[in-house]
Design a protein around this ligand. Structure first.
Ligand code: FAD
Length: 307
């Protein structure tokens, strides 16, 4: 019930101002956001490496409104990649990007986003790592997949994300699996209408399993982005049935969520990557994390009221 309300609030400027200014917000934000600067996130990458974990780094930001902000997004990722290279951490960390942070929704935004993401993908490849294009709301996906296809001509390791809640996704999974792509499958975090997406949790879970089966049987590299213990167990079984070795797929979870499970799966011999978001424009990302689990909202409300 609360999830859709919070997701609607995640796009409201008024709520953004209220939440950002509320006392007690920072304490809750810190659970999900690894820091505001590259300097703060680097020790987290090192710590993850020491625990046998890999990371994907996301500079938070989305729905920008000017071309300058698109250039700034590119520069923020290039700064990050430069630091990873200098510290020899390139192969431990990949990057995740949201194309709306690169101006995808502006006039001429498809071309702008492609032009500014390309140097990021190029720089990542130069230090031995790669970039995955996150999936945003369904209206952005045709453009995202087209940019993914374009980038893969020169950088075939570029990944993309598909969302189990969308009716279209099984077809996307078949196409991407045949093309040999790196594909992250997630349940989906946006507020989508019943005309394009399953609304029922059980239906979404069933679709997730069908899609994992397609990816495991295909030519690509499946990345399973979920904290759901049942889906993780099913994935392990589907990987076994498909004859995939542990290095032929990976699990991914979010920084701050089920952290003990990150370490447990890595210790079992699985490749585990922790999606680690950092930066100052955390509002949209943070609100989606609140929407996923109502208990987070209660915790947040309590921390505001007790400050
Ligand atoms: P759920 O059934 O939601 O959760 C299973 C269990 O995990 C819960 O019972 C709870 O214990 C724990 N849990 C889950 N979420 C939270 C939370 N916020 N706080 C506390 N505990 C929680 N979505 C997109 O739309 N596009 C993307 O590009 C995208 N990238 C992602 C990348 C990664 C690595 C991951 C893990 C998720 C990503 N998501 C993305 C979010 C995803 O769509 C889901 O919203 C999110 O993962 C919750 O679904 P779940 O599979 O964990 O299952």
């Amino acid at each position: 019930m609360l999830g859709p309300v919070i997701l609607a609030a995640s796009r409201s400027d008024k709520m953004r101002r209220f939440v950002s200014a509320a006392p007690g917000t920072k304490q809750v934000v810190d659970r999900f956001i690894a820091g505001e600067t590259v300097d703060q996130v680097i020790p987290i990458v090192k710590d993850a490496a020491a625990k046998g974990l890999e990371v994907t780094l996301d500079v938070v930001g989305e729905d920008i409104t000017t071309v300058e902000q698109s250039h700034a997004a590119r520069d923020a990722y290039l700064e990050l990649i430069g630091r990873l290279e200098a510290l020899g951490l390139g192969e431990r960390a990949e990057m995740s990007v949201k194309l709306s942070m690169f101006g995808q929704a502006l006039e001429g935004g498809h071309e702008l986003a492609l032009a500014n993401v390309r140097p990021v993908v190029e720089a990542a490849a130069a230090i031995g790592t790669t970039v995955t294009l996150d999936a945003e709301d369904h209206t952005t996906l045709d453009s995202m997949f087209a940019i993914h296809e374009e980038l893969r001509k020169d950088f075939p390791q570029t990944g993309c994300v598909i969302q189990a809640y969308l009716f279209r996704t099984e077809d996307d999974a078949r196409r991407l699996a045949a093309a040999g792509s790196r594909v992250r499958i997630v349940k989906g975090a946006y507020k989508e209408p019943a005309s394009v997406a399953y609304q029922d949790k059980a239906e979404i879970d069933k679709a997730f399993v069908r899609i994992v089966r397609i990816l495991m049987a295909g030519e690509g590299y499946p990345m399973i982005g979920s904290h759901d213990p049942r889906l993780i167990a099913i994935t392990q079984e589907l990987a076994r049935q498909a004859g995939r070795k542990p290095e032929e797929y990976e699990f991914q979870m979010l920084y701050g969520i089920r952290s003990e499970e990150h370490v447990r799966l890595a210790a079992e011999g699985h490749r585990m990557r922790v999606y680690t978001a950092y930066g100052t424009d955390w509002y949209g990302y943070f609100m989606r994390r609140l929407a996923e689990k109502p208990a987070n909202l209660l915790f947040f409300a309590r921390s505001i009221l007790t400050k």
